[in-house]
Design a protein around this ligand. Structure first.
Ligand code: SAH
Length: 323
């Protein structure tokens, strides 16, 4: 048997190294170019809040096909040429396969395996559907005690633990913990307090922390058993934004959100920008743009399940999109 986070890290590393994840699922930047464009404009405003430093890192964690960054850079070049000149592009990506795809989209990028090697300068980091791929542990309440769930050859196995989660749960309830996400956010918060900066995380998950199982596997576009055939399915879990916000605050960072993605994108002008762009397009392209914006923003589609959280140094506390 194997600890669930170790299993999930191994399974996802194999999955992203060998498969085309976009055959199994689609993501916001692939739905509409305006998604990356408005995030580029968010980054430009944030750069201004940071005092328009002459040298700044624009980073992305888990950039997929590079679509978000390419769209962001195009919007930045047009709307904020000073920021475009000041920035260097850094991508945090472990999959060699996806790095090659990203290189074709963004020739100027510098790649990293982890955030640790990013230069110590003011940094603006974007991360869409990145945290949900990081490995989780699961604990299950058994009477007055906690057990941890392990990946076994024929399904989940349980082992009693003395130091389970510090929350109230009912018998049989599952609580998930993503230590990788927590230490990543804590590291970023410390980096921002040294060198300045802000990060924007977009992902799916609840607004308020609590018990509940969310680990899921998608293979061939369909739900699969997460423990069977590791490396053939994309494993994800809901992001616990409430916990990550608390971690960032404990490190002295400012935190904005989480807010629903639909509200955030609407405040950044998703619909106005889409309408303006659609006017200059052929009818079929215009329809696709409008439908894409609705898919990202409407509450019963991606607008409510997806949340947005910003973390950064105090100077950037008024980042746009949070009301
Ligand atoms: N942000 C993209 C892709 C989301 S898929 C989009 O919105 O389309 C998840 C991405 O994170 C992939 O690029 C995957 O290779 C990368 N990834 C997953 N785990 C990672 C890890 N531990 N370190 C760095 N990158 C990782």
């Amino acid at each position: 048997m194997e600890r669930l986070d170790h299993f999930m890290a191994r399974a996802n590393a194999a999955y992203y190294a060998t498969r085309d994840p976009f055959a199994d699922f689609t993501t916001s930047p692939e739905i509409s170019q305006v998604f990356g464009e408005v995030l580029g404009l968010w980054a430009a405003v944030t750069w201004g809040l940071l005092g328009s430093p002459a040298s700044v890192v624009l980073a992305e964690a888990g950039p997929g096909r590079g679509t978000l960054m390419a769209d962001a850079l195009r919007a930045i070049a047009q709307a904020a040429p000073g920021f475009r000149t000041a920035l260097t592009v850094h991508l945090v990506e472990t999959s060699p396969r996806l790095r090659a795809v990203q290189a074709a989209a963004i020739g100027e990028a510098v790649w990293h395996d982890t955030l640790d090697t990013l230069p110590e300068v003011p940094t603006i980091l974007l991360a869409n559907e990145f945290l949900d791929a990081l490995p989780i542990r699961q604990f299950v309440r058994r009477g007055a005690c906690w057990a941890e769930r392990f990946a076994g050859p024929d399904g989940f196995l349980e082992q009693a633990v003395a130091d389970g989660p510090d929350i109230v749960a009912e018998d049989g309830q599952i609580v998930e913990r993503c230590e990788a996400a927590e230490s990543l956010v804590a590291d970023l918060a410390r980096r921002f307090s040294r060198a300045g900066g802000a990060a924007l995380f977009l992902d799916y998950g609840p607004e308020v922390s609590g018990p509940g199982e969310s680990l899921q596997a998608i293979a061939g576009g369909k739900p699969a058993d997460p423990l069977v055939a590791p490396g053939t399915a994309d494993l994800t879990a809901h992001v616990d934004f409430g916990r990550l916000a608390a971690v960032a605050r404990a490190e002295g960072a400012f935190v904005a959100g989480p807010v629903a993605q639909g509200l955030f994108l609407a405040r950044l002008g998703l619909f106005q920008r889409t309408n303006r762009l659609a006017r200059s397009q052929a009818p079929d392209k215009a329809m696709a743009l409008m439908d894409g914006a609705r898919r990202l923003g409407e509450p019963d589609r991606m607008g409510r399940l997806f949340k947005v959280l910003a973390v950064g140094s105090p100077m950037a506390r008024d980042v746009p999109g949070f009301g």
